[in-house]
Design a protein around this ligand. Structure first.
Ligand SMILES: Nc1ncnc2c1ncn2[C@@H]1O[C@H](COP(=O)(O)OP(=O)(O)OP(=O)(O)O)[C@@H](O)[C@H]1O
Length: 571
């Protein structure tokens, strides 16, 4: 059994099943038919054996036909049940993966400090484990309960005392499972925690392999990993022991039910006392015992299914909270398309704070005219990257407005723009830009409109990448084989191939050598659209028309920040 809070967690995973209700119903129908067929075989066999032994009558040929038919039907139904339930589970898991990806994609952008990639990897792994939940619980528990109700009702009709014995035994079984549930759950959670701690340590060590080798940390990593493994194993052993105890108790209760039915059945059949008034034929006693066993086995199956959910609770919680992460930016109900032509940027009285932290921007205003190339400077932590993220609509301001402006000065709030149109118009390149698996061509064209190779090659030459890499070259995992400068060049090329109208660049040149910095600055200077560059580097800022100081939460009135004309902050 699972506890109430765990039940809530699993309930949170049910909405994803809604579009699959037909599949669920089908899975339940097949599972119930399969369970009823097996019960039919067992009870019929017991009935025939009872008559053969007591009345010395051989089974009719029709009986053989029915039994063989039921056995064959059971084989087909078991196979169908597996097929239907697994297919359903895989469809649901695919939907869950997309929901999780979507939730992370909508909630992560500004939270770079959260290790969202790792959290998402763990949650994706958890989803695989939930296959059991979707394939083997809901429909199967429904089938078990149907079978239990059917056998309890039939037993009660045949002999009410037998019904009471079956009901009491089932009650003891279910409540004992509930009693052990708390301990089992606690152990399951501890084990999950230890295991995820173990995998975090391993992932950490592999991610920082250079540091591990350079600082001679290997023995420590091995010792810590060994200790974490031992802890997880000890908990797993205790959990197994508890599971064995629960199994023994189940067997004990089942035996008690069988004995109870034999006693009440024998009494009703007049086996125990020599009475003429019998309510049950002795030949039917084996069938009644089989019926009771079927009912108790159905409850055992249902409780065993619940018990197997324990180790999944922690994972289910992570997935459930993952898919319910609040989005960072709200989707507009009535998205607007952008007007054609050049677009500038305008920040009007923008206030912004990261969750419960002090505000980064307070009533901050600035305008970048269409086609202007403007820089952002300011001390570390003053909010330059935040301004860029707001312009790219990775976050929404808490108040104020961020707009794209036409040459006639009309503004469209980025929050109202259709997301696809916004991503086509505005391109972002930042220090942490990641390249995807695949070839250079795949990366340059990813998500954008198709472009001929000639155009891609020109862009590669423009960013100074054509000498060392070709369009068909594979970049490996996240471009790790490339240096920072090479990656920056390709990321810039990728942004420009999309032919954006506004280019946002965040600290791309910070750690580059002067030659690469010059190439990147040249390419940015030649960009025909609007540019907003955040940088600490004097050489990069010197190539821009204006430079605006971002001074943290310092208030500024609309229009007070420079938009065109001479700039006193020019570096
Ligand atoms: N995801 C985040 N969650 C919480 N606080 C954040 C987050 N990102 C930035 N901050 C905080 O917001 C403030 C502004 O950060 P931001 O990165 O915009 O500054 P910056 O001027 O770009 O800094 P740098 O020049 O060092 O890149 C800092 O105090 C920073 O710690």
């Amino acid at each position: 059994m699972i506890t109430l809070s765990a039940a809530d967690t699993f309930r949170g995973l049910l909405p994803v099943l809604r579009p699959e209700w037909r599949g669920m119903l089908w899975s339940y129908a097949v599972g119930t038919a399969s369970a009823l067929t097996l019960a039919g075989v067992t009870i019929l066999t017991a009935w025939v054996v009872g008559h053969a032994v007591v009345e010395r009558t051989a089974p009719e040929p029709a009986w053989w036909a029915v039994i063989i038919g039921l056995v064959l039907l059971r084989v087909v139904l078991t196979w169908r049940e597996m097929d239907v339930s697994h297919a359903l589970a895989y469809r649901v898991l695919a939907r869950l993966r997309m929901a999780l990806f979507d939730a992370y994609a909508r909630s992560v952008p500004g939270r770079r400090r959260e290790h969202s990639g790792r959290a998402a990897t763990v949650a994706m792994d958890d989803i695989e484990k939930l296959e059991f939940f979707y394939a083997h619980t809901i429909a199967q528990i429904g089938a078990s309960l149907t079978l239990f109700t059917a056998s309890l009702t039939t037993a009660s009709i045949l002999l009410p005392e037998a019904g009471i014995v079956v009901f009491t035994g089932s009650l003891v079984l279910a409540s004992s499972a509930l009693y052990w549930a708390r301990t089992a759950r606690r152990l399951g959670e501890q084990e999950q925690r230890e295991r995820s701690d173990l995998s975090t340590r391993i992932v950490d060590a592999l991610g920082a392999l250079r540091e591990v080798l350079a600082y001679g940390l290997s023995p420590q990593v091995v010792a810590e990993t060994g200790a974490a493994t031992a802890r997880a194993t000890a908990i797993a052993r205790r959990r197994e022991l508890l599971a064995q105890l629960v199994t023994s108790l189940r067997e004990f209760v089942t035996t008690a039910v069988v004995i109870g039915v034999i006693v009440v059945g024998s009494a009703a059949a007049g086996v125990l006392s020599d009475t003429a008034q019998t309510r049950l034929s002795p030949a039917e006693l084996p069938a009644l015992i089989a019926l009771a066993l079927v009912g108790v086995a159905a409850v055992t199956d249902a409780t065993a299914t619940f018990t197997r959910l324990h180790p999944l609770v922690a994972g289910a919680e992570r997935v459930s909270s993952g898919i319910n992460r609040p989005p960072v930016v709200a989707v507009s109900d009535n998205p607007r398309q952008l007007p054609p032509g050049a677009l500038g940027l305008r920040f009007r009285d923008v206030c912004f704070a990261y969750e419960d932290r002090p505000p980064v921007l307070t009533s901050w205003s600035m305008e970048v005219a269409p086609g202007a190339h403007v820089g952002l400077k300011g001390p570390s932590g003053s909010g330059k990257s935040t301004v860029i993220a707001l312009a790219a609509r990775l976050w929404d301001p808490s108040s104020g407005i961020v707009e794209l402006v036409t040459p006639r000065g009309e503004g469209v709030s980025v929050a109202d723009v259709d997301d696809r149109a916004l991503r086509e118009a505005v391109a972002l390149v930042d220090q942490d830009s990641v390249l995807f698996h695949g070839t250079v061509r795949d990366n340059l064209l990813r998500g954008g409109a198709p472009r001929p190779d000639s155009e891609l090659n020109t862009m590669m030459e423009r960013v100074g990448a054509a000498d060392w890499i070709g369009l068909d070259d594979d970049l490996g995992e996240a471009g790790v084989r490339l240096s920072g400068g090479q990656r920056a060049r390709l990321c810039l090329a990728r942004a420009l191939v999309r032919r954006p109208r506004v280019l946002l660049v965040d600290e791309v040149t910070a750690s580059l050598d002067p030659a690469t910095e010059r190439v990147i600055s040249d390419v940015i200077a030649d960009f025909p659209g609007t540019v907003l560059v955040a940088s600490h580097r004097a050489e990069t800022l010197a190539r821009l028309e204006h430079v605006v100081e971002v001074a943290g939460a310092a208030p500024a009135r609309p229009g007070s920040a420079p938009s065109r004309g001479p700039d006193p902050d020019r570096t």
